[in-house]
Design a protein around this ligand. Structure first.
Ligand SMILES: [Zn+2]
Length: 218
């Protein structure tokens, strides 16, 4: 059966809602259905994020440091299936802080999680790709049961705004690089700054010869 998959003029799609947490190297084009990004406070227990059960008066991690996780309802473009898939998108407090100023229902976002650099996990990069005032846009849907099951917390609520202050993001044309700009080195080392060792060598001559230890006594 042939139908135009780009315009959604066929029968409405009936698809199960999934949770979307970007994996390393993954990127997604998203169409926001929620008006805001709300979430919950939680604690890191070793490498696992646990929702704070303080509201029920039985949180075993309180009063430890808390962190925040946010969610919004969206449609995610599935390039293989050539269709939009309903998802509850998970974002960290750092990512939400870069999206907050521009986020609203109908905005399109590109979310990308780069591959780790020297084994260090990289933060998700969110880029606004425009807004769509489409009167036929699907309503935001409830994905709370999915999040509750993910964190095994049947009382979890997504009603807390991110406490992290907003990060101002601006779009601008990159001016030409400064003329004294050094040529980039091998991948991953382009941004390397001089180390203290290198600075000492500059100051005290080629290898230091224990001078540094003597200078420390001053
Ligand atoms: Zn707690």
């Amino acid at each position: 059966m042939q139908h135009d998959r780009t315009r959604g003029d066929a029968a409405p799609s009936a698809l199960p809602v999934r949770l979307l947490r970007l994996a390393d190297g993954q990127s997604k084009l998203l169409l926001a259905l929620s008006d805001t990004i709300l979430g919950f406070a939680g604690h890191w227990d070793a490498k696992t994020f646990q929702s704070c059960r303080g509201r029920q008066g039985r949180c075993k991690w309180c009063p430890g440091p808390t962190s925040w996780r946010g969610y919004f309802a969206a449609l995610a473009w599935d390039g293989e299936e050539q269709r939009w898939q309903p998802v509850g998108v998970e974002v960290s407090e750092a990512v939400e802080a870069t999206m907050r100023e521009q986020f609203r229902r109908g905005t399109r976002w590109h979310l990308q999680k780069p591959w780790p650099v020297r084994k260090r996990k990289q933060p998700v990069i969110a880029t606004l790709r425009g807004a769509h005032e489409d009167p036929g846009l699907a309503a935001a849907f409830d994905f709370l049961p999915l999040v509750r099951s993910l964190y095994q917390d049947p009382d979890l609520l997504l009603d807390i705004p991110n406490p992290k202050p907003i990060v101002t993001v601006i779009a601008f044309e990159q001016p030409a690089a400064p003329e004294e700009s050094p040529r980039p080195g091998p991948p991953g080392q382009a941004e390397r700054l001089p180390t203290f060792k290198a600075l000492d060598r500059e100051r005290f001559g080629s290898e230091g010869n224990g001078k540094r230890r003597q200078d420390n006594g001053k």
